[in-house]
Ligand binder design. Structure first.
Ligand SMILES: Cc1cc2nc3c(=O)[nH]c(=O)nc-3n(C[C@H](O)[C@H](O)[C@H](O)COP(=O)(O)OP(=O)(O)OC[C@H]3O[C@@H](n4cnc5c(N)ncnc54)[C@H](O)[C@@H]3O)c2cc1C
Length: 422
């Protein structure tokens, strides 16, 4: 049983199905809907020094030497590569391909015009990585009324290092209504060829000498590459997407790919369901009550993987008595008292101790007690709920979720090999 349908839960269910382990999964969407669609692995060093990482594999080796408690220490680089390849392979088959370099982070433009390092990039955004690397003549286009994405802002931030960058604003060509525009609505509109033609017609007069056009992430929901390639053909230049502010269309695309294709792998999925109660019987099996708003279905499981996230996912909750794990009330590794949760300054470069709180696990990803014994020999945990990592500061959200999900499912599979009837 995988509890959670964020990136860690989805990856775990995928890996379990590939291993032939009968799997039930329950959870809401988690943080995926807020995600930029970029798959970070390790972009900024852990600890207070904050070094930007170009080669994540070398960076992870250093991390393992300096921080032996970090969850990345429980999986090898080879396992993480396999995990990322399995995930992107699944998404490619679902019609949402990714690109990246084998041994270095890609650099791409953010919606505020800064540069971000990330490991895997949706195909629709990849040409932007190449345009930035070449500093080629490029036009950034925004759509009036689409909030949180200003071509002028992006260009004014990047212009000093990229002189051939220009900005343009267009009206959404198939809508006369004034007022706010929404990325998801535009993306759904662009599924129609006629809308794509109108968009290309609106951009063409601004092109000048541009060889590349950067647009906000609006190029369709399901078949994004068809939409992008069609506009490339119409404009005669390369076109790429730039991620938008959360909640972004890229999160919607990921969610759609998982929701539609995971059940086809044999995962018995209860999306938009919550595990209301869980208890462990005397014979060691778990009994879980799941349902939308109240218990509707009972699931018996030999092994349970907690991928319930931190505070946003609701795997952890911060209370007067401290930080608690919400389902089984298992021990949470956390600062000594509430006074130590945060530093004085919100943006303190050293980060906040609360962001390292979570579940401590052994080498087999089993949550442990204060005396380092597994809480249960058949309970596992993966993803952002794990202690000793700060995925936001280290730009490692997806990488950490996917790597630890892989490690946990390998441990589950090893246990099944040792005890095939278990
Ligand atoms: C704004 C934002 C931007 C991000 N941008 C990026 C990015 O650019 N690159 C990147 O790599 N990562 C990014 N991430 C991180 C990434 O999306 C994931 O948050 C991260 O990988 C952690 O995933 P998780 O599965 O561990 O936790 P979550 O995504 O929090 O998922 C937890 C899951 O557990 C479920 N759950 C909790 N309690 C129960 C219960 N009782 N019963 C059933 N289910 C339960 C929740 O419903 C949810 O499905 C971003 C996240 C946010 C919030």
């Amino acid at each position: 049983m995988v509890i959670g349908a964020g990136m860690a839960g989805m990856a775990a269910a995928l890996f379990a199905s590939r291993r032939g382990i009968p799997t039930v999964q329950a959870g809401l969407t988690g943080e995926t809907l807020y995600a930029s669609g970029l798959f970070d692995l390790y972009g900024v060093s852990h600890g207070s020094s904050r070094v930007l990482i170009d080669n994540p594999w070398q960076g992870l080796q250093m991390l393992r030497q300096d921080y032996p408690n970090h969850p990345f220490c429980r999986v090898s680089n080879a396992q993480i590569r396999s995990a990322m390849d399995l995930l992107t392979g699944f998404l490619e088959a679902a019609g949402y391909p990714y690109q990246g370099y084998p041994d270095k982070n890609a650099r791409l433009i953010t919606p505020v015009g800064t540069i971000k390092r990330t490991f895997r990039v949706p195909e629709t955004m990849w040409t932007g990585v190449l345009a930035l690397a070449a500093k080629a003549p490029c036009l950034i286009v925004d759509i009036r009324g689409l909030r949180g994405f200003s071509a002028t802002q992006i260009v004014s931030t990047l212009k000093p290092s990229w002189p051939d960058l220009k900005a343009a604003s267009i009206d959404l060509p198939w809508e006369n209504r004034l007022g706010p525009k929404y990325a998801e609505q535009i993306a759904r509109g662009l599924q129609a060829e006629d809308a794509r033609r109108k968009l290309a017609d609106a951009i063409r007069p601004q092109l000048g000498l541009a060889e590349y056009v950067g647009l906000p992430a609006i190029l369709g929901i399901h078949d994004t590459e068809t939409v992008r390639k069609d506009i490339v053909k119409m404009l005669g230049v390369s076109v790429f997407e730039i991620p938008t502010m959360p909640p972004a269309i890229s999160g919607v695309r990921l969610k759609a790919a998982f929701d539609m294709h995971m059940p086809g792998l044999g995962v018995n999925a209860f999306y938009h369901h919550t595990v209301h109660t869980i208890h462990r019987r005397r014979d060691g099996r778990f009994v879980l009550e799941i349902g939308r708003t109240k218990p509707e279905t009972t699931v018996m499981a030999d092994r349970v993987l907690l991928a319930t996230g931190r505070f946003l996912g609701k795997g952890l909750v911060a209370e007067r008595r401290g930080i608690c794990e919400t389902l089984l009330d298992i021990p949470v590794c956390q600062p000594e008292n509430r006074g130590c949760w945060h530093r004085e300054a919100f943006l303190d470069p050293k980060g906040h101790a609360i962001n390292l709180a979570g579940i401590e696990v052994d080498n087999r990803f089993r949550p442990v007690t204060a005396t380092a014994r597994p809480v249960y020999d058949n309970l596992y945990a993966a993803g952002s709920i794990l202690a000793h990592q700060d995925w936001i500061r280290t730009k490692s959200g997806t990488g950490l979720a996917v790597a630890t999900a892989y490690g946990a499912i390998e441990a589950v599979a090893d246990g099944l090999d040792d005890n095939p009837k278990g």
